[in-house]
Design a protein around this ligand. Structure first.
Ligand code: DX5
Ligand code: ZN
Length: 214
């Protein structure tokens, strides 16, 4: 199980200290939430903060774009050090645009994920299993940390797992939102590969919290 702490919940007064604890922990990824105030009703951080994270950590940098026009942001986050960029299918006008964007991000030398919100039909991932490295199933409505886990995500993870097995491709399933020591068991049972956790990790003892998710 890959653990990806979300720096959306980091205490910026203790940025370096808390990142150092994450580096010492069993987490192998860092999840970086980018919000533009349009796609979601919140505004977070840009490539300069990602560069600061990269200067303080060798972990895999997993960028989650919750923005209206993802293509505009790819180059700046690749140059800032992203290892993977995930964008939302709902931000794309046509499926073909999403396919072209996946190709573009791969050509930039970066891994690609596609994400869907809780109310988007799960079947809409079918087309993308052939093209992406990761599928992100949101277990909260994107936009804020500290929300409650939506149980329906477990069915959506199981559906995605079945599609990936049928495709015979090496695609990871990630879940994001409301993950803690209680909800972790539901997503593990459903077959998830990567779990994001923000408030549960950074509002508690960071090392113990991450350990409890493993
Ligand atoms: C929400 C973000 C999540 C969020 C998770 O839109 O995509 O990554 O930071 O935070 P918690 O774990 O507190 O729900
Ligand atoms: Zn996220």
């Amino acid at each position: 199980m890959v653990i990806a702490p979300s720096v959306l919940s980091i205490d910026f007064n203790k940025f370096k200290e808390q990142l150092e604890l994450v580096n010492q922990s069993k987490a192998t990824w860092i999840h970086f939430d980018v919000m533009d105030g349009h796609f979601v009703p919140n505004l977070t951080f840009g490539p300069d903060i990602l560069k600061a994270v990269k200067r303080s950590s060798d972990l895999f940098l997993d960028v989650h774009l919750m923005v209206k026009d993802p293509r505009r942001f790819i180059k700046m986050f690749v140059e800032a050090g992203a290892h993977q960029i995930t964008f939302h299918l709902e931000a794309m006008e046509h499926e073909n645009d999403a396919i072209k964007l996946i190709k573009y991000i791969h050509e930039m030398g970066c891994k690609v994920g596609i994400s869907i919100k809780p109310n988007t039909p799960i079947e809409s991932i079918d087309l993308f299993v052939e093209h992406v490295d990761l599928i992100l199933i949101m277990s909260v409505e994107p936009g804020f940390g500290g929300q409650s886990f939506m149980m329906d995500a477990t069915k959506r993870i199981a559906y995605t797992k079945k599609k990936i097995i049928e495709s015979n491709r090496d695609v990871l399933i990630q879940v994001d939102g409301g993950i803690n020591d209680k909800t972790i068991k539901y997503v593990k049972e459903a077959g998830v590969d990567v779990v994001v956790a923000g408030s549960y990790i950074f509002n508690n003892d960071i090392l113990k919290a991450i350990e409890s998710l493993c």
